[in-house]
Write a protein that binds this ligand. Sequence first.
Ligand SMILES: Nc1ncnc2c1ncn2[C@@H]1O[C@H](COP(=O)(O)OP(=O)(O)OP(=O)(O)O)[C@@H](O)[C@H]1O
Ligand SMILES: Nc1nc2c(ncn2[C@@H]2O[C@H](COP(=O)(O)O)[C@@H](O)[C@H]2O)c(=O)[nH]1
Length: 386
Amino acid sequence: MGEAPVFFGDELLAGVSNGFDLKLKEFESAIVVGNKTYVIGGFDDSISNGVRIFDKSTDEWVVPIVLGTKPNEFKGHSLMRLNNERILVIKHNSKSNECVWFLEVGTQFVQEQKKRFETEVVSWSKGVIGDAERPIVISGPSGVGKGTLINMLMREFPTMFGFSVSHTTRAPRKKEENGVHYHFTNKDIMEEEIKAGKFLEHASVHGNLYGTSIEAVEVVADAGKRCILDIDVQGARSVRSSSLEAIFIFICPPSFEELEKRLRARGTETEELIQKRLRNAKAELEQGTSNGLFDHILVNDDLEACYERLKKILGLDGSTDASLKTSTEVFALPMEISLTKIDEKIIINSENADQKIVLDLTSMKGGAPGRTRGLRMYPAGLHTDV
Ligand SMILES: Nc1ncnc2c1ncn2[C@@H]1O[C@H](COP(=O)(O)OP(=O)(O)OP(=O)(O)O)[C@@H](O)[C@H]1O
Ligand SMILES: Nc1nc2c(ncn2[C@@H]2O[C@H](COP(=O)(O)O)[C@@H](O)[C@H]2O)c(=O)[nH]1
């Protein structure tokens, strides 16, 4: 692949005029942040891994440690320095829900990682358009009917809800599919992954490890859906103290006898395991109903009546129009674009398209090691302000 002419963005000119000669490969572009020039692109280059840095203070090139999930290889992109912490990367010729990326170069997370690794670190963060609605945590003793209620919701509102597929070390039941009902794994692997920070929460439940990976929640939100987590009370407590702002719902049985009847009727556990689950249910019912951890407590006596109450809590009982709550509209971005910044809004211009597009960063939240959310993207003129 030959060397292409240098892309001279305004930021880059400052670096070049400082007297160093930068040669870019095809599909690479560069931008200056402080003393450093970041060259981004060339994702097929296994040495630079898509990012290299020229540090003017040492006069040296550095290949940084690159964290986060990087974008798939793309042929053409535009860069803009948002501040000393983040570079905005807009992928050309792609869809609005896939085109926005941030290379974090000085966020608190990146600063901490630089100290930890004692070298240059950058981190990718995907820009997610729109605010995913608050995730829903559903807890309750085994056999109370959590899965049944969740299935009813998913069946009635398939485009609105997505299930957070947990990891577990327990064996699959008949008809359970790996990757659909659970990610079935083993203890050693799961413990390694917990150490590596892959999980939002995890707990030992009825003698096995269960956990919600960060990825399990992210994939649902990335699909523009509202995430439902079916987790035990310990897990709910961990999520409460995490950054995930969820609604917490606890499901109770009408009686202990009825719970036992349902567990037996399900026929998925041995007698020994049924006894273990019933013993644990006592503590779970006590914790679930007494400590203010849950926002709502529902008794699952009559299934249909309980489902209607659940829908009411979620605003799906007809008082709001569920069909309006669809995911953000996706549209295509032009091939060649340039970027202009006005306050917290980025204007995406294209010579070949009449319409300018606005990327609104006003409610931008989050960043590494997850996604950057709360972005809005719309054709200019649609909203009166731009
Ligand atoms: N209101 C209800 N009345 C009678 N049976 C019910 C009711 N709700 C659920 N069930 C039945 O109870 C059994 C257990 O339900 P389910 O598997 O949904 O429980 P769960 O809370 O998800 O359990 P676990 O935590 O072990 O996954 C199932 O056979 C289901 O059909
Ligand atoms: N803390 C977590 N608990 C979880 C998770 N996934 C499921 N669970 C809970 O485990 C029990 C048993 O489930 P079963 O499928 O073996 O019957 C039940 O109470 C679930 O809510 C998780 O990721 N984290």
